[in-house]
Design a binder for this molecule. Sequence first.
Ligand code: MIG
Length: 792
Amino acid sequence: MPQYFGKLQTTEQPWSIIGPVQSINNTDRTIHFNCGETSLNISILAPNLIRVRMSPTGEFTNRSVAGRKPSHSVTLPDEEWEIVPFEVRETEEKIEIETAEILVSVKRDRTSIECFDKSGKPFASDCDRALGWRAGATAGWKRIETDEHFYGFGERTGLLDKLSEVKTNWTTDALDYNSQTDEMYQAIAFYIALNPDRAYGLFFNTTFWSQFDIGAEKPGVLRMETRGPELDYYIIYGPEPARILATYTQLTGRMPLAPKWALGYHQCRWSYESEDIVRELAREFRDRQIPCDVIHLDIDYMRGYRVFTWSPQRFPDPAKLIADLKAVGFKVVTIVDPGVKYEPEANYEIFDRGVENDYFVRTAEGKLFHGYVWPDKAVFPDFLRPEVRQWWGELHKSLTEIGIAGIWNDMNEPAIAERPFGDGGEHISFPLDAPQGPEADRTTHAETHNLYGLMMAKACAEGLRKLRGGDGLRPATLRSFVLTRSGFAGVQRYSSVWMGDNQSLWDHLEMSLPMLCNMGLSGVAFVGCDIGGFAGNATAELFARWMQVGMLYPLMRGHSAMSTAQHEPWVFGDRTEKICREYINLRYQLLPYIYTLFWEAATAGTPILRPLLYHFPRDRTTYHLYDQVLLGPSLMAAPVYRPGVEHRAVYLPEGTWFDWWTGECYHGPMHILADAPLEKMPLYVRGGGIIAIAPVRQFVSEQPLDSLKMRIWPGTGEWTLYEDDGHSFEHEKGVWATTNYKVYLEGGKVIVEIAGREGEFAIPSREITVEVVGIGEQRFTDDGTVRRLIFG
Ligand code: MIG
């Protein structure tokens, strides 16, 4: 078996290139190309989805192959895709495969793959040098078409388009990251390539170290390389980003619907380090009438940083604290790190059980691996093994049984130091040859490094799914919140993600939008950045602007680091507090709309926060537009992210746009100069936009939704409101309700059509106000029946 050294591999021999096609043979969904020693397989999984695999040895060993070996990112194995019709044609020069949507053509002499849409425009096509390998690595080269731009790539700093950059997929504690940083906490080897008339997605199915060079080394050439033994990737044709994401998340999974309270405001700090401080914090929120649903406890709640313990001095009675907080509407989330304190003969249950059952990572020589993290000397569970995940998941019982509602997984890249903290040691990883995974499928850390965070999040999510509201035997009755720093393709199935240690700087505020948009374009919709910045001290102005932007983050959490200034909404004085209150209030008012976006993410893989190119992929002006975003289909924000700025240019794409605050109407495409004093984040709604608004609550479940306002902007549009109880799993059994709204113009009037409610969720009688902005309101008692309202 050849050795794949992962990150440390340095030899750079010339590439060997795949030989000509000698013969082909087909099965019901796969065409096998015999190219001498080398094999190439192309499988047709859907009319817009193909899978390409190349093995230099002719043998396929990729572990990330669903079905044969466990795949940790692809949930739908090849054999479970419905067989779709396709045609294979052979000519002297090439072999052509045609589906209902695309044509794939393989040149016999070079074995290079070209793809075409039905009008003959190429996409995802190989260069003359198409597929190759050298010691320890395999690679493919794709042509970058004229006017093609690149998005996604998981968690990435910088702006939106990644053309001319190099993106490495290797999970890393990206401390002090900036716009130049390459390796990040998350590794998601997926991108969307966009042209004004087409788009495709590419998922590089490898867990080994991998890299995209998007025309950096050679303009016009995209290189994808992995330090694994075979090349395995999926091409997803659009032609639009929305379709690509729908298919990509069919492949890698979608997020479960979050509990509704997790969409509220979260307050965090490293640390609210004692019971008294936490109680005081909760009181401040309620006294000041600033809505908040969640308080996070960072590492200091533990006894000497031992996971699954409580500090008896700081938190003498956590159950009582959590119950008291619950009574005033707060949920509590605790941090859990993977490092288990190395502590023999100290009756530390977690360490003892882990050693006894051999759950911790060992070196190739069989020695228990240790490194240094918060609890000082620590050992690390091998989350690649199902029994370890099960054990770990069940350990959360000590937290859930006292009422903890969510878990925050940190340091799971994994982040490890070689010497005790404060001793200046290097960051290390498990040795790349450390064995990991179940006996029957044992491999090395080189192959599993990128999966560590994902598997920890999986252990946590599956544990909570058994525990919360259940009893460990019967399944849980309550949805939980999971947050992770590290992850891999498919992380959306288990957890939300935050962008790690950002800084209290204006350019980090600015960068947060393209970062989160690219996460959304990588299948991960429930994402956020630390509001106010984690490291450093925000100014009042930075904080106010950040809270405005934070209102748009799918995960709205304020956080700050130890030994930085406090960053709660009230610490910067009255003016800032008022701005924070106003924007958190707005967040809570928008919750019915935002919750519906979560449902769309859960059912179709749709991003919640979207760059404009998502809805306007034909409009080149949107391709670099990183500082305007859409929250869902209708609401567009053009935030201010520089000090002293009170005006900014705003691009309004084709169509009608209304100013959220004044109702003023514009006809795009056009640019305007928006007025943006500190109190105001410019917001716009598309004509035909429909947004459901709730009354302000101090926390999501404070009162039932006994009235709802549907704000509708004149134009043509359609939107479906999704509702359920917000906390249980009953929606999985059909206990949900959807109501479809349509708006259109007819003979100078605005018509609103409300379809009959669907689903089994019973909505208590409530008042609905339909407001057609600028025209008028109509009110009625909601009974779920069909209505046609005429305005004007
Ligand atoms: O070594 O738990 O990114 O959010 O507050 C730092 C302490 C460890 C890093 C996380 C940050 C968290 C902090 N953690």
